[in-house]
Design a protein around this ligand. Structure first.
Ligand code: RP5
Ligand code: MG
Ligand code: MG
Length: 257
């Protein structure tokens, strides 16, 4: 069974923090049901979230958990999560860090990941970005805005990160090809005991050559953008759970990684 690992990394300081390190959680103590008397992880919520319009406040009493809270979607794709000491509890278990870290929302933080793909010289490829925060290659995904339809998020984030914000009308046909591959938890390095990433992964596959003419350019939180070729021999190292998503994508096109 799956245990999250990227959000238990104790070798690196927590993203953009000065000196916050996670408490070590062994695999067998990840599940909340397992007693862990010495578990007392640091409580960290980034100062940068304060007053940000896209972030929650510290007033947990006002929030409507497991519901649509005004325009903010606090419903998990995975489960009805528990509330412990007023805070949502990560359904995948301990992470060695309490608080929200750098995530905007308590509980689920909803994202969308568009896999834009083609066959080129007989090889399956998708558009990948280099992330500005960790430097890892990734799917050009991003957060769902309050009230936004996930289908909009997929297009918007792709446009921001892989087209430098320039809406390309030639892609209109491509956006109609969406096939959902995954909906659920992301093992993201930012996750904490009280805040975590969830996503919807959708494949937009071009078999008409629409993409051959498109000029890609990195924008927003992406540093670089390029086609990544999928091959069973090459081991892909990607951000968060994106290796898993790419495996599902490859299988859809009959390539087994
Ligand atoms: C990952 O973080 C998701 O799979 C998505 O790719 C991404 C969204 O966060 P930002 O790119 O906005 O940082 O967990
Ligand atoms: Mg983005
Ligand atoms: Mg992004």
């Amino acid at each position: 069974t799956f245990v999250h690992t990227k959000c238990r990394d104790t070798s690196k300081v927590y993203l953009r923090s000065k000196n916050i390190f996670r408490q070590f959680v062994p695999d067998e103590l990840v599940k909340w049901e397992k007693p862990f008397p010495d578990y007392n992880p640091p409580d960290y919520t980034s100062e940068n979230l304060r007053g940000k319009p896209w972030a929650d406040s510290e007033n947990l009493d006002e929030m409507r958990w497991n519901e649509l809270d005004g325009k903010i979607n606090r419903v998990s794709h995975i489960t009805k999560y528990r509330i412990e000491n007023k805070r949502p509890q990560n359904p995948f278990g301990r992470t060695g860090l309490q608080g929200r870290g750098t995530l905007g929302r308590w509980g689920p933080n909803h994202a969308a990941d568009p896999i834009v793909s083609r066959f080129y010289n007989g090889k399956l490829q998708f558009i990948a970005i280099e992330r500005g925060d960790t430097g890892e290659m990734a799917i050009p995904g991003g957060m769902v805005d309050p009230g936004e339809d996930v289908n909009e998020t997929l297009k918007r984030e792709f446009t921001e990160e892989a087209l430098d914000g320039i809406d390309d009308k030639t892609l209109e046909e491509l956006w109609k090809t969406g096939a959902e591959l995954y909906r659920g938890y992301v093992d993201d390095h930012r996750n904490t005991d009280n805040a975590w990433m969830e996503t919807v992964v959708v494949n937009f596959h071009d078999d008409k050559g629409i993409l051959n003419e498109v000029k890609f350019k990195a924008g927003s939180d992406a540093k670089n953008v390029r086609w990544l070729t999928i091959s069973p021999s090459e081991c892909l190292k990607l951000y968060a759970s994106h290796e898993h998503f790419i495996r599902l994508f490859a299988e859809r096109h009959n390539i087994h990684l």
